[in-house]
Ligand binder design. Structure first.
Ligand code: PEP
Ligand code: MG
Length: 582
């Protein structure tokens, strides 16, 4: 049994068979075969091994010719391994005795040897382990041919283990077959993490290297609430995990009672608690959890997980679905935040690669660059918003000029609709995400022109503290409790107050129960959180008074170090909600 701890990003516990995504994403279709086809499967293995040998010999010849014998010899060693009788008979035995599929038997055996080499802990042996993984890939390629299956085509329940999953891959996961997932990289506010929570799939990211320790079909546990990841748990551990599950269930039952209670502090201050969504279907989920509206609809997910540009009708239908779940309540639709990690291959191809995507042609910059795409979206939002309380929000705005250009486009689209006599909502409010430090510094000027602010702490933290939101190595820098972030939020709140416009927080900071008293104490009265966090955050709000929140904010603002703010907020949360489990 091996236990590791990573960053818990989507709550819940999953126990199941591992599906290890290799760098080539081979999926081993099945673990067992019927006994009657064992001979046939042994023959398939032999043919695959012959194919592998031929391929390696060809590589050896090419390397000899182009680079010289010393390089060709590398493949000589691979060939020896591929033809090693002991290795082959071990794989065959697993097929004959245990009815393992050849893919599973080969992968399991080779990974066992690779792990043994790695455990010897020196660079030479680590290279041999890499050679074995290479051989595993070759064998699997020959066994599976072209029938590699994508994650979207899974049919049996599994726990997906990967070095990384892109937001597009994550968006395509099917909840009924993917019980959970765990990745080596990724941070708390990465889009992959946000999506996992949206799909309600228990998930852990940022575990560091672990794929070498696990084979496809091993039993694994993903505790997406605590961040604990276990390979081949023993019986005692499985028993304990079951108890943890029960505990989570009883907390969830307590929190369900929050649904019909108002989101207000003990002394009666109303805090508008809204949901962040990625998919239209989540609007319903937010409504059921007792949200006051949608504070952030990340529409770029209409583009991910598909291979063509959505039409105006695709946009319109998605927005109509969200609006119908919240008829009289506010809905903030964010225009496309495509770019950085959220970009399907077909769009990337037409724009070329950014050398530094997080600082590249992203979000509102991309929308203003591709007017047709932008106008299509705006038309659909305006049409869908008739009779509803809709705000249009522009992401990653970094200068006043950008906002003015975007506003001009909205006006142009309104004129077109008017000419065409197509009904639309002319009252939509126009606001911006505050997620670039430049925008914070210019908050007073922005507040004169925009209808509302929404602070996107995920990006604001990454750009202020130069800490990539998806890189677990810098997770401790990507910290909402950093005094610099607190000061920035303070500046934005003050500017909003001076110009009498609403300001909310929609980054993951507002889904963190420790940060909510601080935000309220700083004057925030609207927050938008992940749907799963709505009950927990409502519970925190209902246990708080404005006086208490203000004293928490006052103390936090005096601190010089993030770690002092963090431990203070932890202590205060324990006092406010002693039953809080984490
Ligand atoms: C943010 O940056 O805080 C935010 C809410 O936007 P996203 O996470 O979609 O980048
Ligand atoms: Mg953002």
């Amino acid at each position: 049994m091996i236990t590791r701890n990573g960053i818990a990003v989507s709550p819940g516990v999953a126990v199941g068979d591992a599906l290890v995504m290799g760098s080539e994403d081979f999926r081993i279709p099945q673990r067992f075969i019927p006994r009657r086809i064992v001979d046939q499967e042994l023959e398939r293995l032999r043919q695959a091994l012959d194919g592998v040998s031929t391929e390696i010999l060809e590589n050896e010849r090419l390397a000899n010719e182009a680079l010289g014998q010393q390089y060709g010899a590398i493949f000589g060693a691979h060939l020896q391994m591929a033809q090693d009788p002991k290795l082959i008979s071990e794989v065959e035995l697993l097929i004959k005795d245990r009815c393992y599929s050849p893919e599973f038997a080969a992968s399991r055996t080779l990974r066992k040897y690779a792990r043994q080499f790695q455990a010897l802990g020196n660079a030479y042996f680590a290279e041999r382990a890499a050679d074995i993984y290479d051989l595993e890939k070759r064998i699997l390629r020959h066994l599976l041919g072209e029938q590699r299956e994508s994650l979207a085509e899974l049919t049996q329940p599994v726990i997906v283990l990967a070095h990384n999953l892109t937001p597009s891959e994550t968006a395509g996961l099917k909840k009924d077959v993917v019980l959970g997932f765990a990745t080596e990289v990724g941070g708390r506010t990465s889009h992959t993490a946000i999506l996992a929570a949206a799909l309600e799939i228990p998930a852990i990211v940022g575990l560091g290297p672990f794929l070498a320790d696990v084979s496809g079909g091993d039993t694994v546990v993903v505790d997406g609430t605590s961040g604990e990841f276990i390979i081949e748990p023993d019986d005692d551990t499985l028993w304990r995990i079951n108890e943890v599950r029960q505990k989570y269930k009883s907390v969830a039952a307590r929190r369900r009672q929050m649904r019909d209670l108002v989101s207000e502090t003990k002394d009666g201050a109303r805090i508008s608690l809204m949901g962040n969504i990625e998919f239209p279907q989540e609007a319903e989920q937010c409504e059921q959890k007792g949200a006051d509206g949608i504070g952030l609809y990340r529409t770029e997910f209409l583009y991910l997980g598909r291979d063509s540009i959505p039409t105006e009708e695709d946009h319109y239908n998605a927005y109509t679905e969200v609006i119908s779940a919240f008829k009289d309540q506010p809905i903030t639709i964010r225009t496309l935040d495509l770019g950085a990690d959220k970009i399907p291959g077909w769009i990337r191809r037409s724009y070329g690669d950014d050398s530094n995507p997080a600082l590249g042609l992203r979000s509102i910059r991309m929308s203003l660059h591709d007017m047709d795409m932008f106008k299509t979206q705006i038309r659909a939002v305006l049409r869908a918003s008739v009779g509803a309380k809709v705000g249009i929000m522009f992401p990653l705005v970094s200068s006043l000029l950008e906002f003015r250009q975007a506003r001009l486009i909205v006006r142009e689209v309104m004129e077109d609709l008017e000419e065409q006599k197509i009904p639309f909502n002319s009252e939509v409010s126009l606001g911006i995400m505050v997620e670039v430090p430049a925008t914070v510094l210019m908050a007073e000027e922005f507040a004169r022109e925009v209808d509302f602010f929404s602070i996107g702490t995920n990006d604001l933290i990454q750009y202020t503290l130069a800490a990539d939101r998806s890189d677990p190595q810098v997770a401790k820098w990507h910290n909402p409790a950093d005094p610099a972030i607190i000061r920035m939020i303070d500046m934005v709140v003050k500017a909003a107050k001076n110009h009498d416009i609403p300001v909310s927080v929609c980054g993951q900071m507002s889904s963190d129960p420790r940060c909510v008293p601080l935000l309220i104490g700083m004057g925030i009265r609207q927050i938008s959180v992940s749907p799963h966090a709505i009950p927990e955050i409502k519970e925190v709000i209902r246990n708080l008074t404005i006086k208490k929140a203000e004293s928490i904010a006052a103390y936090a603002k005096q601190q010089e170090l993030a770690r002092d703010v963090e431990s203070f907020l932890n202590r205060e949360l324990r006092k406010l909600v002693p039953e809080n489990v984490k």
